[in-house]
Unconditional design. Structure first.
Length: 237
């Protein structure tokens, strides 16, 4: 089933994405010009403003395909409120669960960007993650598969594609944290935890829109990285 109602008025769809992009750029810019090095772990020596800008540009190209095909929407006016509330309701318990894992003394202190830099860092990096790990690979995979055969229709391949895409971020996180030497049970749980997060997000993307998917990550980051990060680094340390 296509989200036909959500992809009417395409200019307004891209306006919504432009506003989200500006929000991410502003967050990255304020943090960068404050002298913070929080982005270096992910971007290396690349200017975070350039990184966010080019990711946003890639997002525009991907969404031009997704909107034209009627596959996904940037925002769905009729479902926006419900999508945001659903995202927050699903993200919050997962944020609590990862805090419980951390209480077992698993994660290093630098897993959370310190407050108040976290208020700017996580909205920006969350936007980048959504485009890099969800929007771009999903667009490419759907284009490739539907081009291979006319028998492969969107409704039949979307769930296998989402399951495959949901694996990408857990693999990336496993490589990124390979030198941290977590206990085996923690590695297994975190891998499944991140996979579940990605799968829920992709479902939100399909069921509602990009706004809901991004809102889920923001809500999760608010609980785990921003709220708990402040407590563990500033209050309990």
């Amino acid at each position: 089933m296509k989200n036909n109602a959500s992809i009417n008025h395409k200019p307004s769809q891209f306006l919504a994405f432009a506003l989200l992009s500006l929000f991410a750029l502003a967050s990255a810019g304020m943090l960068y010009f404050s002298g913070s090095t929080a982005f270096q772990r992910f971007f290396g020596k690349i200017n975070p403003l350039l990184a966010v800008f080019f990711v946003a540009l890639a997002g525009v190209l991907a969404f031009s395909v997704l909107l034209r095909r009627g596959w996904f929407a940037i925002y769905n006016k009729d479902r926006l409120r419900r999508g945001l509330l659903t995202a927050a309701a699903l993200a919050t318990p997962l944020g609590v669960l990862i805090i419980l894992v951390d209480l077992a003394g698993v994660f290093p202190a630098d897993i959370n960007v310190p407050f108040p830099d976290s208020l700017l860092f996580y909205p920006a990096i969350g936007f980048v993650v959504e485009i890099i790990f969800h929007v771009l690979p999903l667009t490419l995979l759907l284009l490739i598969l539907t081009s291979l055969s006319r028998k492969l229709v969107f409704e039949e391949i979307i769930w296998p594609c989402m399951l495959l895409i949901a694996v990408a971020e857990p693999v990336f996180q496993a490589v990124l944290s390979a030198s941290d030497h977590y206990p085996l049970w923690a590695d297994l749980y975190v891998g499944f935890h991140i996979f579940l997060i990605n799968l829920i997000q992709l479902w939100l993307f399909r069921r509602y829109d990009f706004m809901a998917m991004y809102a889920f990550r923001l809500a999760y980051y608010l609980v785990w990285h921003i709220g708990w990060g402040w407590l563990r680094l500033e209050v309990f340390s």
